[in-house]
Design a protein around this ligand. Structure first.
Ligand SMILES: [Ca+2]
Ligand SMILES: [Ca+2]
Ligand SMILES: [Ca+2]
Length: 242
């Protein structure tokens, strides 16, 4: 006679509880892992965008004084202001249609979106983008300055990067204020720090993510920029843009 016995109900219940705990324990880190991967992917996309901006400047220049004995001056790409990925420039004045818009991914041949399916925001200063004047080693900001990047929207003092001519923004996982690849604009941000990355003033915020209960509201943007010295160093090595 065999003496086999199955699991009792209590044993089955214990096994179910253990399995549930194991699955629960795996699921949370998995979503965190996906988010971390998307952030890393977007940071890489923005690195490539920075390289593409400098590559554009190395291949676009103007004989600003119609004197072929002086070297031509480079200029930076304009933002895309109508959503087709192509830079928008007024040919007659050489000025960009807007100083801030979307990153011109078609013109520069880079990724069209961040890891959440939204366009990158791109802001650049007219002293570096004008295609009839170009910029030189001695280009300086106007009295009002270029962009300031800060850890909070008050930007007093400027504590991340001062007077930078180029800023790149991914509106992050929440995408608030972004334009997505279907040309829809997502809901506006509610937090003061994220609003700074969307409004027209020269302040931008770069800081660690913040939850909705933070005094300055939810923040999950990824902020990147190009300093003037870095651009000059790469585009005009050894004083190459007098
Ligand atoms: Ca365009
Ligand atoms: Ca955001
Ligand atoms: Ca701003």
């Amino acid at each position: 006679m065999t003496n086999q016995r199955g699991f009792s109900l209590i044993e089955l219940a214990i096994v179910l509880v253990i399995v549930t705990l194991l699955i629960g324990g795996l699921a949370v880190p998995l979503s965190a892992q996906i988010q971390a991967r998307r952030i890393a992917e977007t940071n890489k996309t923005m690195e490539e965008a920075r390289e593409a901006i400098m590559g554009y400047a190395m291949t676009h220049s103007v004989d600003h004084d119609s004197d072929s004995t002086t070297p031509p001056r480079p200029y930076l790409p304009c933002p895309d202001s109508d959503g087709d990925g192509i830079e928008n420039r007024d040919a007659a004045s050489g000025n960009c249609t807007q100083d801030a818009g979307w990153f011109p991914w078609v013109t520069l041949g880079t990724a069209a979106q961040d890891a959440w399916g939204n366009r990158l925001r791109y802001a650049s200063q007219p002293e570096l983008t004008n295609s009839l004047a170009g910029f030189s080693n001695s280009t300086t900001p106007p009295p009002t300055g270029w962009y300031n990047v800060c850890s909070s929207q008050t930007c007093t003092p400027v504590d991340v990067a001062a007077d930078v001519p180029v800023v790149l923004i991914s509106h992050g996982p929440n995408g608030w204020g972004a334009r997505n690849i279907n040309s829809n604009t997502l809901a506006n941000p509610t937090g003061a720090n994220e609003i700074k990355n969307l409004d027209a003033d020269n302040r931008y915020v770069s800081r660690a993510p913040a939850k909705p209960d933070d005094p300055s509201g939810e923040f999950d943007d990824l902020t990147n920029w190009l300093a003037f010295n870095l651009i000059i160093n790469r585009v005009c090595p050894a004083g190459g843009c007098p």
